[in-house]
Design a protein around this ligand. Structure first.
Ligand code: DAH
Length: 330
């Protein structure tokens, strides 16, 4: 095709030479012949362009057919990755609490003593400080947060009321055995409003536990307890039974402690500049590893972080199974 084009419209092509020869014609004939030749040239150019396009399209289409991938092939089993049971448990807790209207807040893992202890009504001499086995970072009172409760202080200090938040995330304590890991996870909950009381707290906790364990008749018990940042405080137990070493949640044989909660101590509200005459609050804190172990039958805490492939393959979840508001926890 290119040869043909050069033959007619190339530098020394037939048509080009005719066009060049126009200058030798008398004026009148030159105009007529010029017009005719230009019409012919335009037609020839157009023909070459469209033929070229036609050939290019054919080549492209042939290539597309040749390289076609059949995406309708059945899915191949793909076992290389999975959702870690801690991520799954966090997703589930966030899904349930998100449905109840809790907003997610985060705080830094490197905290200061004031937010982690002092503002939460745990003064320096308080025995709770020693119990927390704190990782101190330097002498400027920086530490790795020992619980998610300091996020309460950060949120309340913003003084945007009312408050209804959860703070999920990693926490750290200098402790390492079969029931303790130096890094673990908590979910903190905090509600501050004009009219809140202990029964609101109870109903939220009962709903949370029933939804999480997917047991409508789960026995739940509130037992008086003590936390410096809540007054009154309670620990929550759920019913279980243990047969041949296996724990079955939902039975009524014995009680298992599962989380801490209470009405926010007035001192804590005031430390954050909240008017405790008009506003009340409730809070709760739970351990994600404990929730995961009880729901998924995991009995050694250390396995969560060992990255043993055999364990991960057994306990991880298929990625398509994310809990969401429409589908639920599955
Ligand atoms: N911060 C406590 C801990 O790590 C857990 C806790 C208990 C949090 C009671 C709360 C609460 O908000 O009300 O041991």
């Amino acid at each position: 095709m290119e040869e043909l084009r050069v033959f007619y419209t190339g530098k020394n092509g037939k048509l080009t030479l005719l066009l060049k020869a126009l200058q030798n014609l008398p004026k009148k004939e030159k105009i007529d012949a010029g017009k005719t030749l230009n019409v012919i040239k335009r037609e020839i150019d157009q023909l070459f362009i469209s033929k070229k396009q036609e050939i290019e399209d054919k080549v492209l289409n042939a290539k597309l057919i040749e390289e076609k991938i059949d995406i309708s092939l059945p899915e191949r089993p793909f076992h290389h990755g999975g959702i870690h049971p801690i991520s799954k448990t966090l997703d589930e807790l966030i899904c349930i609490l998100g449905n109840m209207g809790f907003e997610i807040k985060e705080g830094p893992h490197i905290e200061d003593e004031y937010n982690n202890f002092t503002a939460l009504n745990i003064p320096e001499s308080h025995p709770a400080r020693q119990e927390h086995d704190t990782f101190y970072i330097n002498k400027n009172s920086k530490l790795l947060r020992t619980h998610t409760s300091p996020v309460q202080i950060r949120v309340m200090s913003e003084k945007k009321l009312p408050i209804k938040i959860i703070a999920p995330g990693a926490t750290y304590r200098c402790d390492d055995d079969s029931t303790h890991s130096p890094m673990f996870h908590q979910v903190e909950g905090l509600v501050v409003d004009k009219e809140v009381n202990m029964s609101d707290l109870k109903s939220i906790i009962i709903d949370l536990l029933k939804s999480f364990f997917q047991l409508e008749n789960l026995p739940v018990r509130f037992r008086p307890s003590y936390f410096p940042f809540t007054e009154p405080s309670a620990e929550v137990d759920i019913g279980f039974s243990k047969k041949k070493g296996f724990i079955e949640i939902g039975k009524n044989d014995d009680w298992l402690e599962i989380l801490g909660c209470g009405m926010v101590n007035i001192k804590v509200l005031e430390n954050c500049g909240i008017d405790s005459k008009n506003y009340k609050g409730y809070a709760f804190g739970l351990g994600v590893e404990r929730f995961a172990m009880l729901k998924y039958g995991i009995n050694d805490l250390r396995m969560f972080y060992d990255n043993d492939l055999r364990w991960l393959k057994h306990y991880s979840f298929r990625p398509e199974g994310f809990p969401n508001i429409i589908r639920g926890l599955k």
